[in-house]
Design a protein around this ligand. Structure first.
Ligand SMILES: [Zn+2]
Ligand SMILES: [Zn+2]
Length: 340
């Protein structure tokens, strides 16, 4: 019957017949070559074979120590009642709170950090801001001081809101800098800038950290971003705490354009294994250790990351991945190198 069809096709339209026969021939040859192990274009393979060659590039990371961490306290915040901040620092630090900080002023300050001398003191930050803020309050934070600080604008200023949207200023910008000049040489990171939304009568969205940047001594700026950890019950936990030990994208050292806002942070406590207590969502058998990019879901073990092309949590295509912690042996060796 197929032969009859081909003869009929040839009589009606010879070029079409020839192309059909050629196509069948090419497919047959490709299958035979594939059978003998020759490399065949991926479209001719079964989908299972295609999955097995998925290879997600490893993002190159460099480990640095971030001396600053800042969280919002549990007490409710408001423009009139103030905000409770919970700083955690590895060294003595200065915590400066800029209320009503101009958006353009902050942009100018971050730009000044990249172009001029790095922002390592509150004075330098204020000058770079061109003093575009309503009120500043400064605290001294001792090393590993577990206390909370309440920052508040004085009632005498009479400010109860920062206007309707769109606004020209952020409610609160918090700067953390190292208090002792000697310690600035130890850390690569010299300042942390946190932009905080504080509810007021014009805009009652609850308080939250909008952005958090780390400024390096080389004049780079990295944005800290949360990782989305999978939890045991299948829901997602968002962890936003930038703990002292972070991993950063390698700074662009070759003088190329600075990719200042593409840094991914690691936000787990040092010491404790980040994936401890959380099993890989694919094999359910090994601790979670891989962060998928660009979605930042942290839900796979080292073994399963090579078996997926799409994130198991959100189905986003995975472009890159990096490890939360390296294997203990590698870690040890690298630790020795770093200690020298
Ligand atoms: Zn797994
Ligand atoms: Zn995802």
């Amino acid at each position: 019957m197929a032969a009859g069809f081909l003869v009929m096709l040839y009589e009606y339209c010879p070029p079409f017949y020839i192309s059909i026969v050629s196509l069948c021939f090419i497919i047959t040859v490709a299958m035979v070559l594939g059978w003998f192990g020759f490399d065949v274009p991926i479209i001719l393979r079964s989908s299972d074979d295609a999955d097995s060659v998925a290879n997600i590039p490893e993002k190159r990371m460099v480990q640095v120590t971030n001396p600053f961490a800042l969280e919002l306290g549990s007490a409710p915040s408001s423009v009139t009642g103030g905000v409770v901040l919970r700083p955690r620092c590895l060294e003595e630090c200065t915590l400066s709170c800029y209320w009503g900080c101009g958006i353009q002023g902050l942009q100018a300050a971050l730009h000044a950090h990249r172009c001029g001398p790095p922002i390592s003191t509150p004075q330098r930050f204020q000058e770079a801001l061109h003093f575009q803020y309503q009120h500043v309050q400064t605290f001294h934070i001792e090393t590993e001081d577990p206390g909370e600080r309440l920052t508040q604008m004085p009632a005498s200023l009479g400010i109860s809101h920062f206007g309707v949207l769109p606004r020209a200023c952020y409610p609160l910008v918090v700067l953390l800098t190292l208090a002792e000049p000697d310690t600035r040489d130890i850390y690569n990171i010299v300042a942390s800038v946190t932009v905080v939304h504080v509810p007021d009568e014009k805009y009652q969205l609850s308080e939250r950290i909008l952005f958090q940047y780390l400024l390096t001594v080389q004049g780079n700026m990295y944005e800290l971003k949360p990782l989305f950890m999978s939890t045991g019950d299948g829901s997602q936990a968002e962890s936003t705490d930038p703990a002292p030990d972070t991993e950063q994208e390698r700074p662009n050292e070759a003088g190329g354009p600075q990719t200042g806002t593409t840094q991914e942070d690691e936000d787990e406590d040092e010491g404790a294994a980040p994936g401890a207590g959380r099993d890989c969502v694919v094999c359910q058998n090994a601790p979670v250790n891989r962060v998928l990019l660009p979605c930042r879901h942290t839900c796979l073990c080292d073994g399963c990351v090579s078996r997926v092309q799409h994130c198991p949590m959100c189905r986003a295509f995975v472009l890159e991945a990096f490890a939360l912690c390296r294997r203990p042996l590698e870690d040890e060796q690298e630790g020795h190198h770093r200690g020298e």
